[in-house]
Design a protein around this ligand. Structure first.
Ligand SMILES: Nc1ncnc2c1ncn2[C@@H]1O[C@H](COP(=O)(O)OP(=O)(O)OP(=O)(O)O)[C@@H](O)[C@H]1O
Ligand SMILES: [Mg+2]
Length: 353
């Protein structure tokens, strides 16, 4: 009797080795579709803390040291071998040029040895993909507020890969404003988590800080004036001999930022008639913001989606998710790939409605 061969079960999801080195987190992940087999992150916070911000040259050097170590750990945790990998995902930009180049060079070396393609990923698009771990079934269109260290933008996600930026910050990004205010108040870098922690002990209604551009008819933001208003307030209180509890200033600032972000995001959600709103990027790990948006979404009858906290700040999982999507659309490249420190989110020019 002739034995029929078992039908081959094809897994359409590629095994992705993802690398992220755009700023001060070295990260390696193995992903398959929206499944995470391993996520390794090595933060350089301790290295840069004493300088009050990221020192690019130090960041590059630390990526070189951390990458091999993280790759070994990820291989062990994912229980895969390099020969199983279908595609190598790497952050192309935006980010620090030297830091990006460390990751890109490593990705190319691995691609060369394994003879596998590379998907060069836009870091901001990767942040948008971070929500798919929590919500793999999310349907487009949806609205996504990107709030990170370098970006603040409201994005209408018409379909994956098709984005329309409704508005972005004219000056400081929300995360950058958190970092600068924290520095003024004497908290270490990075300031966002410090402000969040301090705010718990502060009175958020103690100081009436401005809500910049809240009444503008568009979806642009501005946080530089808010930061300056806080600094002037603090200096004035000191000059007058009144002083201040820095927790109160921190809490008042956090409330002002979150109120502006939420007001504009929910206004846009209504105008563009989306059913779902997501917030991604480092500032999305802020508990006050998460709770404020959750409450507002409930009242507005809008589905609200957040990435897990450890996928809000930089990680390689989101890079793997974005790469998986592009790879399946046959959008990949080869060893000629380069970094792009000022890369913008690719946008569609088609009208929305
Ligand atoms: N709990 C928090 N509350 C407020 N801000 C936070 C919190 N945690 C992190 N942040 C801020 O998030 C920023 C880091 O986020 P992220 O890693 O996404 O930024 P980045 O990668 O440096 O910038 P970009 O993604 O725009 O290139 C920092 O400015 C940090 O202060
Ligand atoms: Mg980022």
């Amino acid at each position: 009797m002739i034995k029929r061969a078992e039908p081959r079960i094809l897994n359409p999801e590629p095994l992705v080795l993802a690398i992220e080195t755009s700023c001060d987190e070295t990260a390696v992940a193995f992903t398959k579709g929206y499944e995470v087999l391993s996520s390794q992150i090595s933060s350089q916070v301790k290295v840069h803390e004493c300088y009050g911000g990221v020192v690019p040259e130090l960041a590059s050097r630390k990526h070189v040291i951390a990458l091999n170590f993280l790759l070994d750990k990820a291989l062990k945790e994912a229980k895969v071998s390099l020969s199983d990998v279908d595609v190598i995902a790497i952050t192309k930009g935006p980010g620090l040029v030297g830091a990006l180049m460390v990751g890109m060079t490593a990705a190319k070396e691995i691609a060369l040895v394994l003879e596998k393609p590379i998907v060069a990923v836009n870091h901001i698009e990767a942040h948008i993909f971070s929500i798919y771990k929590n919500k793999p079934t999310l349907k487009t269109p949806f609205l996504c507020l990107v709030v990170s260290g370098g970006h603040t933008m409201l994005v209408y996600v018409e379909s994956l890969g098709k984005y329309r930026v409704l508005g972005e910050t004219l000056d400081d990004a929300a995360g950058e404003a958190f970092d600068k205010v924290a520095k003024f108040l004497g908290y270490p870098y990075p300031g966002g988590p410090q402000i969040e922690k301090a705010s718990i002990k502060g009175d958020e209604d103690k100081y009436d800080l401005p809500r910049p551009m809240i009444d503008s008819k568009d979806y642009r933001f501005s946080f530089s004036g808010l930061k300056t208003a806080l600094i002037y307030k603090g200096r004035k209180l000191k000059e007058k001999g009144e002083g201040y509890k820095r927790e109160d200033l921190a809490a008042s600032f956090q409330k002002a930022v979150v109120e502006v972000l939420a007001y504009k995001a929910f206004k846009a959600a209504k105008e563009y008639e989306v059913k779902s709103l997501a917030v991604v990027g480092g500032v999305a790990s802020n508990t006050y913001l998460r709770e404020y948006f959750e409450k507002t979404a409930k009242k507005a009858g809008i589905e609200f989606i957040l990435p897990e906290k450890n996928l809000s700040t930089d990680n390689a999982v989101m890079v793997g998710f974005a790469a998986s999507y592009h790879y399946k659309n046959e959008d990949y490249s080869n060893l000629k790939e380069t970094v792009s420190p000022n890369l913008r989110l690719p946008v569609t020019t088609a009208s929305i409605k």
